[in-house]
Design a protein around this ligand. Structure first.
Ligand code: FAD
Length: 399
């Protein structure tokens, strides 16, 4: 079987590694002509860390990451609304999670994949026939394969060809992010997220005494400042009265290091498959970042798809099983993440007051059950359960 992956982001490279480890011939086609260090911090929860354990990559991964002691939500003044126990140690009752720089994770994935990553290869369209698929690229080249995996992100060109009605939808708020050298001792234990009226601010520890921060604000989409300095001044104004050390962290960030992206998502899809073309990661279920699960879900997809393709010679049945196992969970998390964004971005003072009281008095058990359902997920068990059916489909198709 020959597989090609369109897109060399987190989802695409994890898929390529998982396929390669399963002995499947795979190559990656990436639009960018060179791979530069992009992005900021990324939270990887237990569900993603477990995949890297299964791929024998967890030692290298955990070296990149920093652990956060508690998952705290505060008010803009710094009062705690809720605090879940989170750390990176195995075998504790706490929820496992690490914060990595996206660029460090990307580099690790690139080093772990030994096959070809074709840069400057922008997918344009594909054609399918009984003998396989041909993918055509913007530079006029083409390649043949048995299965085409679309990991080309929220604006997926592959998805646009196979499911024309799925379009990214603006969530109503914009996000600013940056990484800044900032002594962790100066943050104390004020890691976590703080909620105001129509805006939020988050602080997370990164290795080498760096801090990853993000801020959100309700705005019309496409609104931009005239310069990086204006963006920074705008943030200093919005967060001027927020609790320590938000003001200092923004002040010490170089204006040119601030990333600004409007937040988009797609409506849950009812299919990810078209013949032997299959969607994965943001191409399949781009979600708002409120649960820190977009990349984690792409990583779960990657392992599941490779497992299904390796377990049977019947490619169609492998793709169907992948979709059956992954779609309900990814779509449910997409919806849940959307809801958290609605609540977190409330502007009305009265509604914000009610929201804060609900979070303040939310029993720990209810909060942890809901978080656990997302992050403490045993993918291995789910896959083991699907194996007999996959294998019997494979032998039926060979007869
Ligand atoms: C503000 C913000 C914060 C976030 N925080 C978190 C977090 O804490 N935890 C988490 O798990 N997730 C988080 N996410 C989500 C996460 O970044 C994405 O879900 C994840 O990167 C998706 O990976 P992907 O590989 O599917 O897509 P992408 O990372 O978008 O990769 C797609 C790749 O495809 C390439 N490509 C695109 N078009 C083509 C084409 N036509 N031909 C060839 N190649 C193409 C692109 O160049 C890119 O390399 C956050 C997102 C945002 C916006």
């Amino acid at each position: 079987m020959k597989a090609i992956v369109i897109g060399g982001g987190i989802g695409g490279l994890t898929t390529a590694i998982a396929l390669e480890k399963s002995g499947i011939d795979v190559e990656v086609y990436e639009r960018a002509s060179r791979l530069t260090a992009v992005g900021a911090g990324l939270t990887l929860w237990a569900n993603a860390i477990n995949v890297f354990k299964a791929l024998d990559m967890s030692d290298a991964l955990l070296k990149l990451g920093c652990f956060e002691g508690r998952g705290v939500i505060r008010t803009a003044k710094g009062d705690i609304l809720t605090a879940a126990r989170i750390n990176g140690k195995q075998g504790t009752s706490a929820i496992e999670s690490i914060i990595v720089h996206r660029a460090d994770l990307h580099e690790l994935l690139l080093n772990q994949f030994h096959g070809n990553v074709h840069l400057g290869s922008e997918f344009k369209r594909c054609t399918q026939s009984a003998s396989g698929i041909t993918a055509h690229f913007a530079d006029g080249t083409s390649v043949e394969c048995d299965v085409l995996i679309a990991a080309d992100g929220i604006h997926s060109a592959v998805r646009q060809q196979i499911i024309t009605q799925a379009k990214p939808i603006y969530a109503g708020y914009t996000a600013y992010r940056a990484v800044v050298p900032f002594d962790h001792a100066r943050v104390g234990d004020v890691w976590g997220e703080s909620w105001g009226h129509g805006s939020r601010f988050g602080l997370a520890p990164l290795s080498d005494n760096r801090v990853y921060w993000f801020a959100t604000q309700n705005t019309p989409d496409g609104q931009r400042h005239t310069s990086n300095e204006d963006t920074k001044a705008h943030l200093q104004e919005i967060f001027a009265d927020w609790h320590h050390p938000i003001k200092q962290v923004i002040e010490e960030t170089r204006a040119s290091d601030i990333l600004h992206h409007d937040i988009y998502e797609i409506s849950p899809l009812d299919t990810w498959i078209h013949g032997r073309v299959v969607l994965l990661g943001d191409a399949a279920h781009a979600m708002t970042p409120n649960l820190g699960q977009g990349a984690c879900q792409a990583i779960e997809d990657a392992y599941t798809l490779a497992y299904c393709l390796a377990a049977t010679t019947d490619i169609d049945s492998a793709l169907q099983t992948y979709q059956t196992l992954r779609m309900p969970r990814a779509n449910a998390i997409l919806r849940q993440s959307h809801q958290i964004g609605v609540v977190g971005q409330l502007e009305n003072m009265l509604l914000c007051g009610v929201r804060n009281q609900v979070f303040r008095y939310l029993p720990d058990g209810i909060r942890d059950r809901s978080l656990n359902a997302v992050v403490n997920y045993s993918l291995e068990k789910v896959l083991e359960g699907a194996l007999p059916a996959l294998q019997s489909n494979g032998s039926a198709s060979e007869k």
